[in-house]
Design a protein around this ligand. Sequence first.
Ligand code: PMP
Length: 359
Amino acid sequence: MKRVHNFSAGPATLPLEVLEKAQKELVEYKGKGQSLMEMSHRSAEYTEIDQQAKARLSSLLGLGDDFEVMFLQGGASSQFMMAPYNFLRENETADYIDTGRWSDKAITEAKKFGYVHVPYSSSEGNYDRVPKNGELKFSSNPVYVHFTSNNTVAGTQFPTEPETNGVPLVCDASSDFLSRPIDVDKYGIIYAGAQKNVGPAGVTIVIVRKDLLEKAKTEGVPTILRYKTHTGKIFNTPPTFNVYMVNLVLDWIEQKGGLSYFESFSQKKASLLYGEIDKDDFYRGAVEKESRSLMNATYRLPSEELEQKFLSEAAENGLVALKGHRSVGGIRASMYNAMPMESVEALVSFMQEFRDKNG
Ligand code: PMP
């Protein structure tokens, strides 16, 4: 089988080594005469996977003892609701930085629970940038500040955490989770769907600071939607196979050299691609240079016709899933941790040929 160069924004390409390991263990897990998918989520085998994956996350991110790690369902979209359900009371305000389609969806949900103040929005510029610290106009006493660290649709990324003067950050890290080291002390909650950087779709990683859990709402919050329900135990049947896959990806991340390795690897891939985009006016980056994402590069060609031609010829050359999100058009090349350098090199040489023929 020849694997394609898969630039999908998510579900996204996974490390081949991980797929092959899973394939080997698929039918029979560790000599038990059954697959992992057929085992109880209370079995010793699954308990080991759950514990290992949590320990790996904790060590990769440097969480120490201050955080609880949970494997939940419902996608990052459920966290748009669950975070305010647990932490935003009717008479309180949370600040939500609006840098894209997903931030906006998070805002819509949060408004159902309390007041939402938007300290900054780039919606009028079609979400073409993220704010600098001086542009953030926070409310006087927010319970938390929510931000989307990487904006998958527009192709922007916060170069570093927004400065909140000690107010805990709640972060939708879906599309750059584990792609670089972060300053965990600044975070109250980090959540991410697995399907971009850490595994297949179906499990959401949620990390919550322990001291905040003590202040969480309980009254009126359904049991399964309370974070506390999921700490220190497995409350109900988790997506066991997905957590198993996440654990394999975490092992792979560790073996490659952890988050610093992936930070510089992403920088190398992105600078190769953005270098090509910036060569002349044929390709045009879709967002402000300083806000560019290392994960999702978005760009335009001189006409929509040429963009269509680009996409179909790219696919003929094994370069797939490059179509920009339907709300913005153009081209989007997603380059998460598992995207090999060779795929970005193949894209860049295709771009050069395409420009030579059509420019
Ligand atoms: N947030 C971001 C930044 C995303 O990219 C996505 C999915 N593309 C979501 C949230 C929604 O995630 P899910 O489909 O897992 O609910």
